[in-house]
Design a protein around this ligand. Structure first.
Ligand SMILES: [Zn+2]
Length: 266
């Protein structure tokens, strides 16, 4: 079966899946079970439910999918299963304590031990469901990668969701930077890098309500300012400010007090 569709027929929530974008609703069978796959590179689409497939009519522009995402401002990440974890080990607790993270706060964030030598960091959605995870090694003699995580694209890491009385968001690089921002009393949001994929951008724009102030606080390096300007251009929204960590520091190494003095000193 084949039908004529244009990109304008796509409505409603979407989420990424490898190099494709999946829409919750199929414009043909109206099934809402995330079965409609689109590929903006090839222009192809197919519905796993009604088995319809084809290519979009007219020109297919990846930017149209972007505009669609931007307009929806809703990115739903699939809920995933957690790996097998155990309560934080003594070594993991010592590692966290060295980073200024108490056992209580770690427990509140759902941090656990995984593979004996790693701290498991869960990414939850606003309903508290697991949508991604990463793990950080804490042995210096461990030659495995610093971070190992779930497969696929990662969402934003938001250890503590924004509260009505916490109108300041700190956009940072790593999960531990976001945790430090949360300890400083802000809503820390980790990009897990310096760049903003279109999905992270849509997620961030959804998070940034008009009454919120956002501060970009990347790791202090020679390229921080350039990277920050790149980000601020992408976010393209008033009320976003650039702050600078001292050279060689990141928010995690500054700690809650250090972060507060930079933000409140702005
Ligand atoms: Zn369908």
């Amino acid at each position: 079966m084949s039908s004529k569709l244009t990109q304008a027929d796509l409505r409603g929530d979407s989420r990424p899946a490898s190099n494709q974008t999946v829409y919750q609703e199929c414009p043909l069978c109206r099934d809402r079970g995330w079965h409609f796959y689109t590929n903006s590179t090839t222009g192809g689409w197919d519905c796993k439910k009604c088995s319809a497939s084809g290519y979009f009519e007219g020109r297919v522009e990846p930017t149209k999918v972007l505009a669609q995402l931007d307009r929806n401002l809703t990115v739903r990440w699939p809920v995933i299963d957690a790996p097998t974890t155990v309560a934080l080990t003594v070594e993991a607790l010592r590692y966290l304590s060295d980073r200024g993270i108490s056992e209580d706060f770690a427990t509140q964030l759902g941090l656990r031990s995984v593979d004996h030598r790693r701290v498991f960091i869960p990414f939850f959605n606003e309903l508290g469901e697991l949508i991604w995870w990463t793990s950080r090694k804490h042995h210096s003699d461990d030659s495995s990668p610093k971070y190992l995580g779930a497969s696929g694209k990662h969402p934003l890491y938001i250890p503590v969701r924004p509260l009505p009385n916490v109108p300041k968001i700190l956009i940072v690089e790593g999960p531990f930077d976001a945790i430090a921002a949360a300890q400083a009393g802000y809503c820390g949001v980790a990009l897990s890098g310096k760049s903003l994929s279109r999905h992270l951008k849509a997620e961030l724009q959804e998070l940034l309500t008009p009454d919120m102030l956002a501060y970009i606080m990347l790791d202090g390096s020679n390229t921080t300012l350039a990277d920050s300007f790149k980000l601020i251009k992408q976010v393209s929204r008033p009320g976003v400010w650039i702050t600078r960590c001292p050279l060689g520091h990141d928010p995690a190494s500054l700690g809650a007090e250090g972060i507060r003095s930079i933000i409140e000193g702005e």
